[in-house]
Design a protein around this ligand. Sequence first.
Ligand code: HEC
Length: 141
Amino acid sequence: MRNKLLYLFTCFFCAVLVFESCSNELELNYQRYYVNGKGLYEKNCQNCHGANGEGLNKLYPSLTDTVFLSKNRNSLACMIKNGLNGDVKVNGITYNSAMPGNAELADIDVAQIIVYITNSFGNKQGFYDQKQVAVDVKGCD
Ligand code: HEC
């Protein structure tokens, strides 16, 4: 009986440790992606979309439409890599303009930018792993 209790206790303790280290690693990765993503955003996106994702009138859409960004979560990698044309409705305004692609950005850069924009400007979508970029880009039209 005593051994069994000891065993149960050890298992519980190990599970807590594993859980702790996993969630710490996720949190660290999230922080790393977010900080790098901010730098990449400032370099590649901010000119048009603004420091606070506010966009520019009817020329450049804002990144504050949390519904649009969460609905299109798995299309963001395509938009960033290949650019975007045609009608998009953001915050109730229809844009029909052209966004240039960023083919030179590596998957990790794209993922970091996604973590940054989907967790800034009122968005709160959590982590997006670099491996997901290759998966999402397969679905680009
Ligand atoms: C030269 C200006 C320009 C740059 C630079 C630019 N965009 Fe855009 N972006 C646009 C325009 C214009 C649209 C709307 C395209 C359309 O009408 O089809 C757009 C649309 C978007 C959309 C979908 C609509 C929305 O507002 O949510 C996202 C997401 C987006 N851009 C993210 C980015 C990210 C991330 C970067 C940097 C990697 C970036 N853009 C760089 C001009 C730009």
